[in-house]
Ligand binder design. Structure first.
Ligand code: SF4
Ligand code: SF4
Length: 384
């Protein structure tokens, strides 16, 4: 990845930011720089959005690049498209920064292949909670339109996890749309991005200092919100008693698992027959403890998921949107992820170049355990 450019290319804003972004993609398709663009579009019923791979210019006009909700994380949609590796067509995909981070994580897990893909991100004001939006899509659209026109990065109307997200701007995308006052600035963030600007004859001549200062200011506010929220969440999840109480009304539906872009295993252990003991075994457990709650292993499911994927959790909030009993799953996972990622000096989705800690073992990373492994290796060597 090249160093972040200090300047960006100013794009013309005729009506609003959404139409200007669409115009940009139309121009890029016309110049044959992309064969298709993956963007969100309203579903026919008008109360949700779907990811659409768009080839036709006429259909492109109906897309809504900055969607007010996130029913499916774009990384999941891109995984379906690129899972089998390199194809024939060049595509562009525009996503929220948390979706870019999920894409980067899935790339490291060989679930997404970016050879044919140019990733675009934008300054994200957050997404509205799904249930609020479905209850009144028109009100949701108006609310979101206002958030965009006010450039309001600290609205009380967005998802709880968006209120504490300090990574809402430039991410590991190839290019980034910066929303600066009434301006739309395209920033190159990679060699692919530089080439595209050249191919489109766009000059990076607009200074980014004002935009950068504004984003930094917003980040500080979000970080403060995040610290305060994590203090509350810490008390909800640290210690077995607290964890059990927090997940007491979990109905074991596993929606949080199936909506998560990072939980990619085709066969989840918790849905397998191994995790579904027969009645005799359940009765043995009941005998040991006096009683068992059904469905079984709800706490184990959550702690298992934390152990499995919290290093890659990107705080997208889809798990909370999917929870029918309003458990703050996303804030909980964001908190746990902040702890595990800090331990491994890792930031999920920050860069394709950072190896996944689970795939790379460093002797110095686990203190005493590292020493034990080193000593065992020395002893083994002396026996050879
Ligand atoms: S655990 Fe929740 S917040 Fe984290 S990546 Fe999965 S869906 Fe998103
Ligand atoms: S979505 Fe909510 S109720 Fe369903 S398993 Fe996850 S935490 Fe439990």
């Amino acid at each position: 990845m090249t160093e972040i450019s200090k300047k960006g290319a100013l794009l013309e804003v005729k009506n609003n930011i959404q139409t200007s972004i669409l115009q940009f993609f139309q121009d890029a398709i016309e110049k044959k720089l992309f064969d298709a663009v993956m963007l969100p579009m309203k579903v026919p019923s008008g109360d949700s959005f779907a990811w659409i791979m768009i080839k036709e210019q006429d259909i492109l006009k109906s897309a809504q690049p900055l969607a007010s909700i996130m029913p499916v994380n774009a990384a999941k949609a891109l995984k379906r498209y690129t899972r089998k590796g390199k194809g024939t067509y060049k595509i562009a995909a525009l996503m929220k920064p948390c979706e870019i981070r999920a894409t980067i994580e899935l790339t490291k897990l060989n679930q997404v292949h970016l050879d044919d893909v140019t990733l675009f991100s934008y300054d994200c004001v957050g997404a509205l909670p799904m249930q609020d939006y479905i209850a009144d899509p028109e009100a949701g659209d108006n609310k979101f339109k206002k958030l965009l026109s006010d450039k309001n990065w600290n609205s009380k109307d967005v998802k709880p996890v968006c209120k504490i997200c300090d990574k809402f701007s430039l991410s590991a995308s190839n290019l980034h749309f910066a929303l600066n006052d009434q301006e739309l600035i395209l920033i190159s963030n990679s060699e692919k991005g530089e080439k595209l600007l050249t191919d489109l004859d766009l000059k990076a001549e607009t200074d980014l200092t004002k935009w950068q200062n504004y984003i930094e200011k917003q980040k500080k506010i979000k970080l403060k919100n995040r610290e305060e929220t994590f203090e509350i969440i810490k008390d909800m999840v640290e210690g077995f008693e607290n964890l059990t109480e927090t997940f007491a009304n979990c109905i074991g539906c596993h929606n949080c698992n199936s909506s998560c872009p990072i939980c990619y295993c085709r066969q989840c252990y918790f849905d397998s027959s191994v995790a579904k003991p027969n009645s005799d075994i359940i009765m043995m457990r009941a005998e040991d403890r006096g009683a068992v709650s059904l469905p079984l292993d709800r706490i184990m499911f959550h702690t298992g998921r934390m152990a499995h994927m919290s290093l890659s959790c990107v705080s997208c909030g889809l798990c909370s949107d999917a929870c029918p009993v309003n458990i703050p799953v996303a804030k909980i996972f964001s908190y746990v992820a902040s702890q595990t990622q800090k331990t491994f000096e890792y930031s999920a989705g920050a860069s394709v170049g950072d190896a996944l800690p689970m795939k790379e073992y460093r002797l110095d990373e686990l203190g005493e355990l590292g020493e034990l492994v080193k000593n065992a290796e020395v002893q083994e060597g002396s026996h050879e």
